[in-house]
Design a binder for this molecule. Structure first.
Ligand code: SF4
Length: 364
């Protein structure tokens, strides 16, 4: 599993080492209610074997300040925090705190920064075989947490990674984000696009601003994301939309899907993919109480719909896919695959996107 592999490659080493030999994570900076810590990973590139999928992944940050109610990546943060509290004294002000707030909130407010990520990517690409592999297998930035979350404005780790990737030719790069901050890097993105194959996936589950604010309280507005899509497309960059997850009873009304697809098409997005909410145990712990508080009329329906597993029924999923297909066809936008035109009708690309979607449906 991608995130587990990610954590296993992230050492708990931190400076300064304390006199008693125990190690703690240094706080780099604080901004309002968010505290940033330095993580020192041995590696930031997880290969296809580690991800369990057909692609590589890079996540410059652990934790994500966007705080989406349905996010499943929260558990990775807890896993790291628990390891940290074992490595350092409980109550140590410099350790990643685990007792001052619930783990699901610490995921949003205690962000670990992989400052050496660009250099680690450079080193990885220098190893025999890695560069060749990236010509066959896509490296996806942001599979677990958003690479353009607010921390990126300050630390510019994602940009640093992209600068390194831009030095290469013929590789395959994808980025997943909810943030229009990605357009800040349009210069380096254009360089990658000229020399390699680049796709940007903008996550957008609704264009209803009020509902988005409840579900994704600190994420950029839908309008800002649509503007980002238009800007990236105007720069010739392949940019699609991941409508993941579709939330039963909240974002799946026919008129909402119609409006979403119409808006995405108007922004000139290359394609749209969609996947119903999957509720793994870790997402369930946060999402179901959230539903009880914000959408109490849906609480029982959710408990029933996800009573026996992490997926909603096959009938629902098939119906959802069918609806998207019809609405996308009506609006003239590709559903569930890249739209690279007749000359690049790449079967592999479709399979890769499906595999990616299967994973991302859990998180973004
Ligand atoms: S779903 Fe994505 S953007 Fe939202 S909190 Fe999780 S990692 Fe961040």
């Amino acid at each position: 599993m991608d995130i587990k592999a990610e954590q296993e490659q992230t050492t708990l080493f931190a400076e300064p080492e304390r006199p008693d030999g125990r190690r703690v994570l240094p706080v780099i900076e604080e901004q309002k209610d968010i505290r940033y810590f330095a993580a020192t990973p041995r590696s930031v590139m997880n290969g296809p074997k580690a991800t369990g999928m057909g692609f590589w992944s890079i996540n410059p940050y652990i934790g994500c300040a966007f705080g989406c109610a349905y996010c499943y990546a929260r558990y990775a943060h807890r896993y790291t925090a628990e390891r940290l509290s074992t490595a350092a004294d409980h109550g140590d002000a410099d350790a990643l705190p685990t007792d001052e707030m619930p783990p699901w909130l610490a995921f949003e407010r205690r962000i670990m920064i992989k400052r050496e990520a660009p250099e680690l990517v450079r080193r990885a690409l220098a190893r025999p075989g890695t560069l060749e592999a990236l010509r066959r297998e896509t490296v996806v930035i942001g599979t677990a947490t958003d690479p353009y979350q607010p921390a990126e404005r300050r630390f510019r780790i994602t940009r640093g990674v992209l600068e390194v990737l831009a030095e290469q030719t013929g590789i395959r790069v994808a980025i997943i984000t909810k943030s229009p901050l990605v357009t800040r890097d349009v210069d380096v993105l254009r360089r990658i696009n000229e020399r390699s194959r680049l796709t940007i996936h903008i996550s957008l589950i609704t264009v209803d601003r009020e509902i988005a604010r409840i579900l994704e309280p600190r994420a950029p507005t839908p309008e800002a994301r649509l503007r980002a899509i238009a800007r990236l497309r105007a720069n010739g960059i392949e940019t699609g939309v991941n409508c993941m997850p579709v939330l039963p009873g909240i974002t799946d009304a026919p008129e909402m899907i119609e409006e979403l697809v119409r808006s995405v098409k108007a922004a000139d997005a290359s394609y749209i993919s969609a996947c119903a909410l999957r509720l793994q145990a870790t997402a369930r712990d946060r999402y179901l109480p959230f539903i009880a508080a914000e959408f109490p009329e849906l609480a029982k329906k959710y408990s029933r719909a996800y009573a026996t597993g992490y997926q909603v029924s096959e009938k629902y999923r098939d119906g959802l896919a069918e609806r998207f297909k019809i609405v996308c066809a009506r609006n003239g936008i590709a559903f569930g695959r890249h739209n690279r035109g007749a000359d690049d009708d790449d079967e592999d690309e479709e399979i890769e996107l499906e595999a990616m979607s299967a994973q991302l449906g859990l998180q973004i």
